[in-house]
Design a protein around this ligand. Sequence first.
Ligand code: SAM
Length: 284
Amino acid sequence: MSESTLLGATEIRALAESLSAKPTKKLGQNFVIDPNTVRRIVAQAHVSSEDVVVEIGPGLGSLTLALLPNVAKVLAVEIDPVLSTALPATISKHAPNLKENLIVINADAMRIDELPINPTHLVANLPYNVSVPVVLHFLETFPSLKEILVMVQAEVADRMAAGPGSKIYGVPSVKMAWYGDVTKAGSVGRNVFWPAPNVDSGLVRLVRKDREFDPQLRELTFAIVDAAFGQRRKTLRTALGSVLGSPQTVESILQDTGIDSGLRGEQLSLKDFVAIAKQAKKVT
Ligand code: SAM
């Protein structure tokens, strides 16, 4: 069987030093230095030897090395040119039989709109400053993605998986729910990273189950969600004016949908938001 050796703290530090790479906050560079953590992520990712995994931000290769023996291909999208250039050599050294299964793409993941092969899975220790937009961008751009397992800031993991009525329920919760069933898949402490971040992390899984395949409906639903939560304290009657029109139009759309215009965004489920968008499409 083709195998890889995983990177620990000593290897990660030595590798960064040999590249004169200083981890930057701006790019969310906190590298995993604990082989057990990357093994755990791969075990949770539900991948098999047929799968094509896109990894956003492979960094020095910790997670990439754990993924490669378990999947058909890894498409690694890294923004930092020093790290993306160094990655093939790291893989050749630690997983020589698997280097052909890696495709490195030096790019900003937020701007990727095609990949050489359609990915089945997204598995990543995400740069925390762009974790929500990057996941949404990939779900929108690559319908072939059937499952996602990402490590994000613990608070973001909670938000992504939150349901209506809870304090942390918001835009990420509803938009993620559009694409599938979202669940938390574990917590991760700070000491598995170098440098250690000042927040805890969490794993989040999304199993794709597009509720609707209509991109226009998605856009309108997302605009309504943004407006509803953009003015969190306001009732739907006031908050939705910017997307749906005059107070009378908002009132009549909500009435026809059977939703009380005195409610606030945080009280609505994805289904409610979609119902409002469908009704708005009918009348506009
Ligand atoms: N996967 C590695 C690990 O687990 O050790 C590194 C994870 S580190 C939290 C995030 C990585 O994402 C860094 O390598 C960083 O350079 C990269 N990155 C940051 N912003 C990015 C973007 N917009 N597109 C692609 N990669 C990005």
